[in-house]
Design a protein around this ligand. Sequence first.
Ligand SMILES: Cc1cc2nc3c(=O)[nH]c(=O)nc-3n(C[C@H](O)[C@H](O)[C@H](O)COP(=O)(O)O)c2cc1C
Length: 171
Amino acid sequence: MKAVVLYWPKGGNTENAAKKIKEVLGDNADIYDIKSFNVDDLDKYDLIITGASTIGAENWEDASNDNEWSRFGNEVRNKDLSGKYVAFFGLGDQVLYPNHFVDVLGVFNDEFSKTNAKIIGRWPTEGYRFTDSDGEENGMFYGLAIDEDNEDHLTEERVKKWVEQLMSEMK
Ligand SMILES: Cc1cc2nc3c(=O)[nH]c(=O)nc-3n(C[C@H](O)[C@H](O)[C@H](O)COP(=O)(O)O)c2cc1C
C-alpha cells in the first residue's frame, strides 16, 4: 500500500497536520504540498489523502485568493481514480467560525465524488461544538476535522485514530 498526503496551504496548521499524518503512516507514505505535485503522479498511489484549511466559504472555487486547490481541482476533476482510496482532513476553527466549521471537507467530498475513487475516513462530529458545516452529513464529517486554534491537544490522538481507521477501511 502506497499513500500520498497532499496539502495546501504551506507554512501553517495544515502543513503541520499533514506532517503528523505522514509520520503515522510511516515509510509507505509520501508528502507534498500540491504546488510541488504533478497530478499525473496520482497513478502511483493506492491511498490519496488531501488536506486544507477553510478560509472563507468558497475555498475551492476562489481562484483569485491564491488558492492552489482550484487549479488542482480542475486537473483532478476529469481523472478516473477507480480502484483508489481517497480521504480528507480539514483544518478549521469551531469557536470563531461555528457556522462554517471545516466547510472544506464538503468541497473535497464533492470534487472527489466525481472521480470514482472510494472515499473513506468519515469522522463523527461528536465532541465538536459548531452550528453548521458543509463538511458534515448525518453526524459525520466527510473526513477528519482538526481544530488547532482551540483543541490542539487533541490533534495527535485524532490523527492516530483516524489513520488506524483508514487502514481498517482499506481491508
Ligand atoms: C480569514 C480566515 C477565514 C477563516 N474561515 C474559516 C471558516 O470559514 N471555517 C473554519 O472552520 N475555519 C476558518 N478559519 C480558521 C482556519 O481554518 C484555521 O485557523 C486553520 O487552522 C488555519 O490553517 P492554516 O494555518 O494552514 O491556514 C479562517 C481563518 C481565517 C484567517
